[in-house]
Write a new protein. Structure first.
Length: 364
């Protein structure tokens, strides 16, 4: 077991060392787009690739002892990540002093000791930097969602600790007040319902659009073909019927050719598609078409695969690209060709090629 852990840590170290060498080859203005190359090659998300590139650069330029310890299997990736995140905005000289104080003791210590030792050392050596880091972290506050199985999804938020504690205590207090002897829900279920109810409030106050794609025959109860929440993925037929029958639900019709489920094309000679055409395209292609990118089409821009006016503004020439990958295609050397309906070949600035087809997007 111990030997295996050391080997895993060493492989992480070698990978991050390679990441550090790779990112330094890029011009500072183009480094943001290096992540697209790594994400496509390793089948990672762009965010994951960008994060690992930043880790690799920081380790190779500022934390050589941490990198050496990781490559030797003395520390694992969790400890290395803690050292990176705690020192990324402090002076490199202070980062070196932190390494000197902590790394030599890290091999036989657990993660909690290591994390606290790094924090204490930084707090002693650079209290001003600790406050600066807190202010920088505040700028990273955000809300994220992640798909889960069986028609569920995770919603998480990065917030200041005191607000997180206050929010949880409020949810917990309301949940306990709602709990009755006849309520069959667990406390976890009630807390989840309280959160959703408090955020959504009265549905008439805010208009929110959630697209559910489902066969008419399924809605009529003639079959149980799965539906799909656009931007999330497949759901059961009964789940789709529940959503479609909710008060305030609006139905609209998409004509498709049944065998391939492709929305039928109708073109426009204008550059910008009208709302109906844009809805057709996003319903048929629910995520960004860049390799390994699963950003929902509703938050993407619509790109002409063959640039306008050589290519028409039509359903077969419009596909969703998130802003980042749209910029990769337009300004940073990525090229895409549609070789068959909904099948794309991307070529990276380094000449690597990636095939994106409906089945590859489902698997990514």
């Amino acid at each position: 077991m111990e030997v295996t852990n050391r080997l895993i840590a060493a492989m992480h170290g070698l990978q991050l060392a390679a990441m550090g060498r790779f990112i330094t080859q890029y011009d500072p203005l183009a480094r943001r787009y290096a992540a697209a190359e790594v994400a496509s090659a390793l089948k990672w998300t762009t965010r994951a690739a960008a994060s690992r590139l930043e880790w690799g650069e920081h380790l190779t330029t500022t934390l050589p002892r941490t990198l050496a310890a990781l490559c030797a299997g003395v520390i694992d990736i969790a400890k290395a990540r803690t050292m990176i995140e705690q020192t990324e905005i402090i002076d490199p000289d202070i980062a070196g002093q932190v390494e000197d104080a902590v790394i030599s003791q890290a091999e036989n210590r657990n993660y909690r000791w290591f994390r606290d030792a790094v924090k204490r050392t930084i707090g002693t050596l650079d209290p001003e930097g600790c406050e600066q880091r807190r202010q920088e972290k505040k700028k990273q506050r955000r809300v994220e969602k992640e798909d889960a199985d069986d028609g569920m999804a995770w919603l998480s938020a990065l917030l200041p600790a005191e607000k997180t504690e206050a929010i949880y205590q409020l949810i917990d207090k309301i949940a306990h007040n709602q709990k009755t002897r006849d309520d069959q829900r667990s406390m976890d279920e009630i807390r989840a319902d309280v959160l959703a109810d408090r955020i959504l409030g009265d549905p008439s106050n805010v208009r929110i659009r959630i697209d559910v794609k489902v066969n008419a025959t399924t809605m009529m109860g003639l079959d149980n073909a799965p539906g799909q929440i656009v931007g999330h993925g497949p759901i059961t037929a009964e789940h789709a019927r529940e959503l479609g029958m909710q008060p305030g639900s609006e139905w609209f019709r998409l004509w498709t050719d049944g065998p391939t489920d492709t929305v039928l094309d109708y073109g426009r000679l204008k550059y910008k598609p009208n709302t109906t055409l844009a809805d057709y395209v996003r319903a048929n292609t629910p995520t960004c078409i860049f390799p390994s990118c699963n950003r929902p089409a509703m938050s993407c821009e619509l790109d002409h695969t063959v640039p306008f006016p050589d290519g028409p503004t039509s359903a077969d020439n419009l596909k969703p690209l998130c802003k980042y990958h749209h910029e990769c295609k337009t300004h940073h050397g990525w090229d895409v060709a549609q070789v068959m309906p909904d099948v794309y070949i991307w070529t990276s600035p380094l000449g690597r090629t990636y095939v994106v087809a409906p089945e590859t997007k489902k698997a990514s």
